[in-house]
Write a protein that binds this ligand. Structure first.
Ligand code: ZN
Length: 149
């Protein structure tokens, strides 16, 4: 015969009632299950408790959460904090890259605008200084040797 789960109302051990339509009954609180064609079906009906099973599982999970050592919770928090710091650093680096790219683009635009105004022989005045495109107007080099007097 199937094992019968304790009474859902009082927790006592129930008994199978071997009548023409068998059913399970708790003799402590008189709670009973549906009348069925067979004892096996009556036992299944008595033992099938989806709501109770779901609540029992949830209760076990919550008890496990409460029972977790503080170090485990702190460790999880610490790992998350490290990940957040890494992501913030990545974002900061990306912002730097973006601002550098924008600055470089501005310099290229400025360079394009300026080169239109610079005569051909002064092109050597455009230099990259400290990663920046710089332009200064230098006077043309004197031609030939001119020793100081
Ligand atoms: Zn009972």
């Amino acid at each position: 015969m199937n094992n019968l789960r304790p009474c859902p109302f009082c927790g006592a051990e129930p008994t199978m009632q071997n009548t023409h339509t068998p059913y399970v009954k708790c003799l402590n609180c008189l709670g009973d299950g549906p009348r069925c064609a067979k004892e096996e079906i009556a036992a299944d009906e008595w033992n099938t408790r989806p709501i109770e099973d779901a609540l029992t599982a949830e209760l076990a999970e919550l008890r496990a959460q409460i029972g977790r050592p503080a170090e485990a919770i702190y460790g999880e928090y610490h790992d998350m904090r490290v990940k957040v710091d890494e992501l913030e650093a990545l974002l900061q680096q990306r912002d730097l890259d973006l601002s550098f790219a924008k600055m470089h683009l501005d310099q290229l635009k400025w360079h394009d605008a300026m080169t239109e105004k610079i005569p051909e022989d002064n092109w050597s005045c455009i230099r990259i200084v400290n990663d920046k495109l710089m332009w200064c107007h230098l006077p043309p080099e004197p031609e030939g040797d001119q020793p100081n007097g």
